[in-house]
Design a protein around this ligand. Sequence first.
Ligand code: BDR
Ligand code: CA
Length: 335
Amino acid sequence: MSTTAKHKVIFDTDPGVDDAMALYFALAHPDIDVVGITTSFGNVHVEQATANALYLTRITGRDIPVAQGVPVPFAKEPGTPPDFIHGADGLGNLNSRIEVGGEAQVESAAEFIVKMARQYPGEITLVAVAPLGNLGLALKMEPQLPKLLKQVVLMAGTVDEPGNVSPVAEANVWNDPDAADLVFTAGWDLTMVGLDVTHRVVLPSTFFAALAEKHKHVAMDTLSHAVNFYANFYQSIRPDLGHACYGHDVLAFVWLVAPEIFETNSGRVRVAKEGIGNGQTMMAKLPIPYPQSGWEASKPETRVCMKVDAEACKQLIDKTLSSSWLQAPLAPVAK
Ligand code: BDR
Ligand code: CA
């Protein structure tokens, strides 16, 4: 049994295959207590993200509050969900779903975040692995949010590694650059887990097939099916990886429980909001004054993950998901 105090987490997500991996890592890890899930548009429309969050949790036997969030970006023209990456349903086009019921909270994602942060001041870690509109809105509702939350961990952005939606932009930031820039300048204890590290951790589809075989549970079958679809996409663009995928979102939780396997740099991070470079996360690597406004020393710094021990990361994911954490799926509630 672990002796570490549990991280009380709100998980902001757009499930999404790697979001599902991340959720299952969080539910399985003894040091993480997921106290709520908030959803965003991104990999799928927000209604589908909410349905997936409810489904993914309830098939593991958990009844965790899910609050639906933003359907579109703050200012940018909404795009089309990438069904060729995550499937039209976000989970690799599942053949069927079992009946588990579940309904979203009446409050919005931003309202839920603000309510929980006020109720548990200094205790909540917000792990966000989707476009950042929910956090941006919550900040507008409660300007003290950076003091009320314990910390914020993002799967977002990239510094040195090429982008995945343009040569310089990572998808979560690119999907809502205005919200992302608000988040990077808000002044919380902020960690960015971006492509600089997520592209170092390649997870073969056989890794998840073996977990499904071990558990023989609908939740791991669902994840393995979704990963197969996701790996088909990666194989089409990166045949050198084999039938495999990046774990992106799960690395945000790996950082939370095992920061010692990462190397980080700190610096001011800003987001390009317009033009061909929109969605680029730019990091000030030198502590020098610049004539360009927006880089004043008063701007808060972000802790940015630059390197990861990929083997240790894979082992931790395997050990965590192999443990006995799955329960019988919940039944729908009779009305
Ligand atoms: C991020 O974008 C989404 O497609 C993934 O779920 C992940 O959060 C990777 O760039
Ligand atoms: Ca995601």
